[in-house]
Ligand binder design. Structure first.
Ligand SMILES: C[S@@+](CC[C@H](N)C(=O)[O-])C[C@H]1O[C@@H](n2cnc3c(N)ncnc32)[C@H](O)[C@@H]1O
Length: 211
């Protein structure tokens, strides 16, 4: 996993207060965090994980992660990357892959990266070597010449969905490393939707078919 700066989880209006009663009345469950039991849990987690230690949540997610991966090129600190990590967490991707610069803009992740495995690759060649070693086909997601429309496209159960950045989109190297290219149909005047929106659409479609 990549280094994650020590950010404080945002305090949200929802959540739960301290566990009622004294410490002697708290549930005897090693997954629970005594500090959260004492002070309440306002983290950005679904209710099922209230009061759970972060490591216990990650261990539980690891038991049921989906076998698709998500990758994004990172040459310009694209703000979309954080949002993609957050969606990858929501749709329970196996792992997120950041290709290019090691540092990425975490703002949109809303600290979901703490619960998500994130791996770095120096360049497309290193990423493609990793994917080939894992037997995972790389599917480029972009609206370029020759792309297949998403509804008709093959989305294997085990695959890596590769997204490009605002502006340039996927690099020529990334498109060449992919076994197929998939596009999301659009109907308006803009050339594209943003990468995080595209990632959410395709992850949702993967889950619709397989989850
Ligand atoms: C803002 S787009 C830029 C590139 C785009 N090809 C263009 O011509 O402007 C950034 C990334 O979002 C994703 N994306 C945006 N719109 C898409 C669409 N309609 N279909 C598939 N991917 C899309 C792709 O991963 C793309 O690389």
């Amino acid at each position: 996993m990549l280094d994650v700066p020590d950010e404080t989880e945002p305090e949200l209006p929802h959540g739960v207060g301290p566990w009622p009663g004294g410490a002697s009345e708290w549930p005897d469950d090693p997954r629970l965090d005594r500090d959260l039991l004492a002070h309440g849990d306002r983290r950005n987690v679904v209710d099922r994980y209230r009061y759970w230690r972060m490591e216990a949540i990650v261990a539980d997610l690891d038991q049921r992660r989906h076998p698709f991966h998500v990758a994004i090129e990172n040459w310009q600190h694209d703000l979309n990357i954080g949002s993609i990590v957050r969606s990858a967490n929501a749709f329970l991707a196996a792992e997120v892959h950041i290709i290019g610069r090691r540092r990425w803009n975490k703002r949109g992740a809303m600290v979901t990266d703490r619960y998500q495995h994130v791996r770095h690759h120096d360049d497309i060649a290193a990423f493609a070597t990793w994917a080939s070693g894992e037997g995972l086909p790389i599917l480029a997601i972009d609206n370029v010449e020759g792309s297949q429309p998403l509804p008709a496209a093959d989305l294997p159960r085990q695959c890596v969905l590769l997204f490009g950045q605002e502006g340039p989109g996927l690099s020529a190297e990334a498109l060449a490393a992919a076994s197929g290219t998939i596009e999301i149909a659009q109907y308006g005047s803009t050339r594209s939707i943003n990468a995080a929106a595209a990632a959410a659409v395709v992850m949702y479609e993967w889950c619709r078919r397989w989850a």
